[in-house]
Design a protein around this ligand. Structure first.
Ligand SMILES: [Zn+2]
Length: 238
């Protein structure tokens, strides 16, 4: 039933498309399950598929000297994993890793290239998200340079909480260290500081946010800046 299809659209970029544009994409979309830590795109490798996350959350990481990585962006239901394809590049500069397991709509990169030529609305939505992602990446670059690990961890935990809509989630020290671009010991110290202040509890790979307001005070202003950007982007459009 066509009506049911429209109701079931979880990805907001797809949901923002006019119905006729969405229906044209539908035969190319495949619902897939994404597992925590699954790699969707390797850097400097051809992108075969792009993803419109439903309830999954994808981290975009960039590497330095081929071994150290740090998160530069986070993509959820508001966007698309595979922005380079939209811009005419078939290779990803990022490592795209599933941070929160769930589902996504997958599409062949070649189909997106073909369909975005036919649909001005699809192009417009992809460009809007690209702009948002650029702003997020720029803010993250400044954050990594100017803010200390404890502030950045607080920001990261709050952002994840907002996206998964839960105060408790599983995350290993190793994964968090990769996201923040620090050594494990840096994560342990920062988590210890936040725990002592009773803002979080963190044991056996499970983080629980005990005091969201206090954690927001402990986070750098980048948390609010990016949150506001997303809120503006999601405001109803005329
Ligand atoms: Zn910051």
């Amino acid at each position: 039933m066509a009506g049911a299809e429209v109701v079931a659209i979880q990805n907001r970029l797809l949901a923002n498309l006019p119905r006729k544009d969405y229906l044209r994409l539908l035969p190319h979309l495949e619902r897939v399950d994404l597992a925590y830590s699954e790699v969707l795109h390797e850097p400097h490798t051809r992108i075969r598929h792009i993803y419109f996350p439903n309830d999954s959350l994808i981290s975009l990481l960039t590497s330095v000297e081929n071994h150290r990585v740090a998160e530069v962006g986070l993509v959820g239901a508001e966007g698309i994993v595979g922005v380079p394809v939209v811009l005419g590049h078939l290779e990803s500069p990022f490592l795209a890793v599933v941070q929160g397991g769930g589902t996504a709509m997958r599409m062949k990169a070649s189909d997106l290239v073909r369909e975005s030529v036919k649909s001005v609305a699809l192009q417009r939505e992809c460009f809007r998200f690209t702009h948002l992602l650029m702003a997020q990446i720029a803010q993250t670059a400044a954050c990594n340079r100017f803010h200390v690990v404890t502030q950045r961890m607080a920001r990261w935990l709050l952002t994840t909480r907002d996206r998964v809509n839960a105060n408790q989630f599983r995350i290993t020290h190793e994964f968090l260290a990769r996201m923040l671009g620090v050594r494990r010991v840096g994560v342990t110290e920062a988590a210890g500081t936040l725990q002592k202040r009773k803002l979080i509890s963190y044991s056996r790979g499970t983080v629980t946010i005990l005091d969201a307001k206090g954690l927001t005070s402990a986070a750098c202003g980048c948390y609010k800046t990016v949150k506001d950007l997303y809120r503006q982007a999601q405001a109803p459009r005329r």
